[in-house]
Design a protein around this ligand. Structure first.
Ligand SMILES: N#Cc1c(N)ncnc1-c1cnn(CCN2CCOCC2)c1
Length: 297
């Protein structure tokens, strides 16, 4: 993964699909209260980084996240400062307030699948919340459930956190507010997305607080994008089996088809994606953005 040489910025961190830079002042010192959040065109599937990248993915998801921040501004303040960013990352980067980030991945689930379904099948509950009997893969939950995890180091897996662990990490008051806001964000997201034919099964958001201790929780990172959430086409929703992913299904279907020649269980890396899969995947990201926002990419 190559980081960019951005004059006026120093590289801080690279995740699977996004990179973080710190602005550097004329004196060569890092500007202490801002960061540049850059969305790449990288795509991960089945825990592998795909090649080639998906053109415009970073720009589409950045625009979508900015749109959601605006839709949610009555619910929670956010970290966005400006989209006045270096030309090299124009359209796919945001200047943000540097926050003290909470050490909890704030996840809420509106539909049961993935790790939540596994826990439900084992315990009849998820993150301590007892659920009705008879739920299956893709079942809609009576209401969004907060299912927090730790923030594991790169290469390790996030681990489920019990309510007691979250309270120990954040304090009872902040823990309750994080739970409330995370569920409210997903509920609002689904109100809007459902009108556009998209179901958001679950989402991961991140909160921070101002380093000077003033104010309350601030919504950071990205919000309600196909990278942070499971997007499902509403017209294909059918509980009882894995749902098609709005944005990654073309990649998954090709990788698991005989055409790719990839044996996922063998443990080796996946092959290069063919052009038609790359193009179809780009088109799905653009379609999600345009259906949700009503704007043309
Ligand atoms: N958004 C945002 C944001 C913000 N507004 N303020 C401070 N930090 C972050 C941020 C963005 N990504 N990460 C996770 C990656 N960390 C990078 C450092 O090392 C630990 C992992 C933190």
């Amino acid at each position: 993964m190559s980081t960019l040489d951005l004059p006026g910025y120093s590289h801080v961190y690279s995740g699977k699909v996004r990179d973080l830079y710190a602005p550097v002042g004329a004196d060569g010192e890092v500007v202490p209260d801002q960061l540049l959040l850059v969305a790449s065109n990288r795509l991960s599937a089945y825990d592998w980084m795909m090649s080639p990248e998906i053109p415009d993915k970073g720009a589409v998801l950045t625009r979508l996240s900015l749109w959601w921040f605006d839709q949610l501004s009555d619910l929670v303040p956010n970290h966005v400062v400006s989209t006045d960013v270096p030309e090299a990352v124009a359209g796919r980067a945001v200047l943000v307030r540097k926050l003290d980030m909470l050490k909890v991945e704030a996840i809420a689930r509106a539909y049961l699948t993935g790790g939540g379904l596994e826990e439900y099948r084992e315990k009849g509950s998820v993150s301590g919340v007892v659920l009705p009997d008879g739920l299956v893969d893709g079942s809609k939950l009576p209401e969004p459930v907060f299912t927090p995890t730790t923030k594991a180091p790169v290469g390790e897996h996030d681990l489920p956190m019990s309510p007691a662990q979250v309270e120990a990490e954040l304090g009872a008051g902040v823990a309750a507010e994080v739970s409330r806001l995370t569920r409210a964000i997903l509920a609002r997201g689904n109100e809007i997305a459902a009108e556009r034919g998209i179901l958001i099964a679950d989402t991961k958001v991140e909160f921070g607080v101002s380093p000077d201790g003033t104010g309350g929780l601030v919504l950071a990172d990205e919000v309600l994008t196909p990278d942070s959430s499971r997007f499902w086409p509403a017209e294909l929703w059918e509980p009882g089996h894995p749902q098609p992913s709005y944005d990654k299904q073309f990649v998954r279907d090709w990788l698991t088809s005989s055409e790719s020649g990839w044996d996922r269980k063998a443990g080796g890396p996946p092959p290069e994606l063919p052009a038609h899969v790359v193009e179809q995947t780009r088109a799905k990201y653009v379609e999600a953005y345009e259906r949700l926002t009503g704007e043309t990419f």
